[in-house]
Design a binder for this molecule. Structure first.
Ligand code: 6LW
Length: 513
């Protein structure tokens, strides 16, 4: 059977996985977006369905406003032990309140998770390890060594001394540690080289938990660096043994295009077959991660697939927002009102270019080739107030079609922000309060249009994809398709009601044929 990578497309980085019987659970980091830490479920490792978030309440997490795409929720680890799921993670910020390493736990991964238990310990990329003797350990990135400390999960306290395990093979940023026990050996898996093009996985093992750890003679055990494969930057992996005794790794990777290569969908989740019949695991195709793997080890055909993968429609009639929608930073619930069919956004005094809480909901762009439509109703009569559809990497890199009140008139505009450059490229009086907008994407352009009175799409502008890529304007995240409203200096007087949101995505390969 063949399967295709990524198994989860779009901005789903730093995957961590655990198995409970025939069920697999996978978590991804979420940075400044809320709710925090996506959790997905699968029965066959290839088809995943989001079942919730480990952080769904404002009280669990304080996201600090400021620089986007590189603060907030970094790499989580998920583990299951004695009937309880644990998710341990870092809230990265310059501020002390609510930042640092913490864990949450639950018996029902699709339900609510506990309040955070903070662990006063440095570094990022925390992980838990449960030894056969019942002891639990915390692992994190020191500088440069990966370190280990015993933890008392009942008390929520680190108890043991800090033990330095391994500093890797000499690559930059030894990070993302996970520990596994097999055949009497402790195997330590880490990433090195940084999350960009030199990313790699390395391994070391020891007979004793505390070490000394001897590196694998074949390090790096997995990398796509300098090969120009369709999937690049692979690393930050976690291993899982399936119910039949076969091993698999999930890792992050990117799909760059153009020259020099750039990517706009963020770091995506890949699945890698692992042959661990020998002393050391062999990852993928001789250590490489391919777009397609042929394997006879996969677990039957998928019964449960995520229909939202290729197309999605939301008339916002359900009681709660679908799990795929996110907010920027901790949401201010006063900015949102649920309508019978629609969601109403009340812009605050801020602008789309402010790295702060604004009235914004967004879904990840999951395919290079996509089409999004949404209908917006916005009276828009106070100077400066604005609402629209945006393709959004961060507050400094985004393009949008919007209704804006300028000089007392309602205008349809297309504008772009690239770094500190801002430009309105289209502006036209708009008679009605209601408009249907469309955003199409391919590898070259984001194209915006609106539905005219004759039922035809009128183009209003386009912007290059390359300026909304990680290499140009981003950090650790990928692009979002966002609906927003903002007052640009004063609170909006009118609410912006969005209805009939649709998204369709296509695989790049299919399009290119
Ligand atoms: C994460 C680190 C990494 O903490 O990128 O690729 C960082 N790996 O392990 C942010 O996702």
């Amino acid at each position: 059977m063949k399967y295709q990578n990524p198994i989860i497309t779009g901005f789903y980085p730093d995957p961590s996985i655990c198995r409970v019987g025939e069920d697999y659970y996978l978590v991804n980091s979420t940075f400044e977006f809320f709710p925090g830490v996506v959790i997905s479920h699968s029965r066959d490792l290839v088809h995943w369905k989001q079942i919730g978030h480990c952080i769904s309440r404002n009280a669990q997490l304080k996201l600090h406003e400021g620089t986007m795409n590189n603060t907030g929720i970094f790499a989580p680890t998920i583990r299951f032990h004695d009937g309880i799921f644990y998710m341990v993670v870092t809230n990265v910020s310059d501020h002390s309140e609510g930042s640092g390493n913490f864990y949450v736990w639950t018996k029902d991964p699709a339900g609510e998770w506990s309040d955070p238990v903070f662990l006063n310990t440095p570094g990022i990329d925390p992980s838990f390890f449960f030894d056969d003797d019942g002891k639990a350990y915390y692992m994190g990135t020191g500088n440069p060594e990966i370190y280990l400390r015993e933890i008392d999960l009942e008390k929520g306290e680190l108890t043991g001394e800090t033990i330095k395990l391994w500093a890797g093979t000499g690559g930059a940023y030894p990070e993302g540690p996970h520990l596994y026990k097999k055949n009497g050996w402790y195997y330590l898996l880490i990433s090195e080289g940084g999350t960009e093009r030199c990313h790699m996985l390395t391994m070391a093992r020891s007979r004793e938990l505390e070490g000394p750890y001897e590196p694998c003679p074949d390090n790096p055990v997995m990398t796509n660096r300098s090969l120009r494969l369709p999937i690049e930057s692979v690393g930050h992996a976690d291993l899982v043994e399936d119910a039949n005794g076969n091993w698999w790794a999930v890792c992050l990777g990117t799909r760059p295009f153009g020259y020099p290569p750039r990517h706009n969908l963020g770091r995506e989740t890949m699945l890698v077959p692992v042959d661990w019949s020998g002393e050391w695991p062999v990852f993928g195709d001789h250590g490489k991660v391919l777009e397609e793997f042929e394997t006879d080890k996969l677990l039957g055909a998928a019964k449960e697939t995520d229909a939202s993968e290729n197309s999605y429609f939301d008339d916002f009639s359900s009681e709660r927002l679908d799990l795929g929608w996110n907010y920027i930073y901790n949401p201010d619930w006063n900015l949102y009102e649920k309508k019978a069919k629609g969601i109403c956004l009340y812009g605050n005094e801020r602008s789309l270019k402010d790295p702060e809480v604004i009235a914004w909901i967004g879904r990840r762009q999951k395919h290079h080739l996509s089409e999004t439509k949404v209908t917006l109703e916005f009276p828009c009569c106070q100077e400066g107030e604005e609402a629209g559809l945006t393709i959004f990497m961060n507050n400094r890199h985004h393009y949008e079609a919007a209704l804006v009140c300028r000089e007392g008139r309602r205008k349809l505009v297309f504008k772009r922000q690239i770094g500190s450059l801002e430009k309105v490229e289209y502006e036209q009086d708009c008679v009605g309060e209601k408009i249907t907008l469309k955003l199409e994407s391919d590898l070259d352009f984001y194209r915006f249009s609106y539905l005219n009175n004759d039922g035809l799409w009128d183009k209003i502008g386009e912007g290059e994809v390359q300026y909304l890529t990680t290499e140009v304007g981003g950090h650790f995240t990928g692009n979002y398709i966002g609906l927003y409203s903002c007052g640009n200096g004063q609170k909006c007087r009118s609410g912006a009601v969005f209805t009939d949101f649709s998204y369709k995505g296509r695989k790049t390969g299919e399009f290119l044929k």
